[in-house]
Unconditional design. Sequence first.
Length: 432
Amino acid sequence: MNLGGLSPDKAPPVEAPLTLFYLMPFFLCLAGLTLAWQGDQVMASRWAPAALATTHFLVLGALAPVMCGALLQMSPVLLGAPYPRVRLVARLTAAGLGLGGVLIGGGFLLSLPGMLLSGGGIAIAGLLVFLVGSFRALSAASGRRETLWAVRLAALALAVTIALGLTLAMVRYGWLQLPQHLRWIDMHVAWGLAGWVGLLLAGVGMEIIPLFYISPAFAAGLKRVLPFAVIVLLLLVVGLPGLPPSLAQALWQWLVSVLFVVHLMYNANALYVQKRRQRPRRDANLWLWQLSHVAVFAAFFAWVFDASDSLLGVLLLGGGVSFVIGSLMKILPFLTWLDLQQRRVAGGHMQVSLPRLRALLPEALANGVAWTLGSAMVATLCGAFAPYLTTLGGILLIACAVLLAYALVRAAIIRRGVIAQFSPLGQPSGGV
Ligand code: HEM
């Protein structure tokens, strides 16, 4: 790995990101169960309660915690911007997303307004803690300007998305009226997927892909322009509910196409730099990252050829999950190793040998996670034509969640074992 320009010594305690990472397998499992149970409805309509529940299990419970956890970890190392009281921020964000995610998903699934709204309040409270921490960390930072702006604007997009989410939840149950309701839902989807998820993954991807695979850097112009282009387009989406419906619909089609094109430029550049990488070995992470880039291209064609919204949703959410799991499997062994190395040096335990990265996450396990996720996506997509296949997709997603949970627990047990060797009494001196 190329560590030039990074400050690993500024990394926060590893427990902070791990607290958030542990949520992912649980919510992948909930999404898999919903797909296995009501997959035919998920593929039949984007408005089906099961479709909205699966979407929010994935965006709030699986993606957001890992994205927030990765930011807590990367901001000080990459941008020189440490979060204040990072353990507390991690715990409160994890509690909000964990409880809120279950209640929002459950509220959609069981059509219980109180459950949905209280879940929205709790998830938003957790995310506000994260956003306040991000504001304090990122407003003073000055390193890597392009990435810093991508992260700042992604955090802004998250704030807009959750505010719109709570508003829509009130509209859904008749507590509030909005003219052109559908346009407001489009706004929530666009700020959530193209802004928060798309912008953060692109901004971070343009840093970590060259880092992990020793590849050429991304085009400087793309790094500079992408975050602002996405935010300008999203601001135009905000104006749509004020326009006559037919004009708003035509502009929405145009804006989504341009948003796709901007994100495709990143994904095409990512495939190109990955092809020119200096580390020739292909591993599960690289497969998952490439799957995510291809999924965005496929989603674009699905949009152009007017395929069903459910198909589009599976491609975009599957692509996001694929990139995030790929990154998690790269970061997990590295963070665990780095934490052990720092403890070893600080305590003068140079006689204790550390496990190798490969031992912290064996290749077969990483491949298992990648294969189950890839096949879950393919089976769920085929469910658009043969609905019973979504059940298979759900079961494969549960298998992926179980393997990912095993990978996380296994790394934690190895870490505890090594920490025990540092302590004179053989007792672990830090939490897992
Ligand atoms: C990271 C944050 C979030 C993202 C990325 C996100 C994403 C989405 C997406 C993609 C949809 C459309 C589903 C479809 O078309 O099938 C949607 C709908 C919706 N979301 Fe969110 N969401 C987020 C947070 C929230 C929160 C915190 C709430 C609060 C309860 C919420 C409430 C809603 C509601 C009520 C709808 C559906 C509107 C309706 O059909 O009446 N979302 N969201």
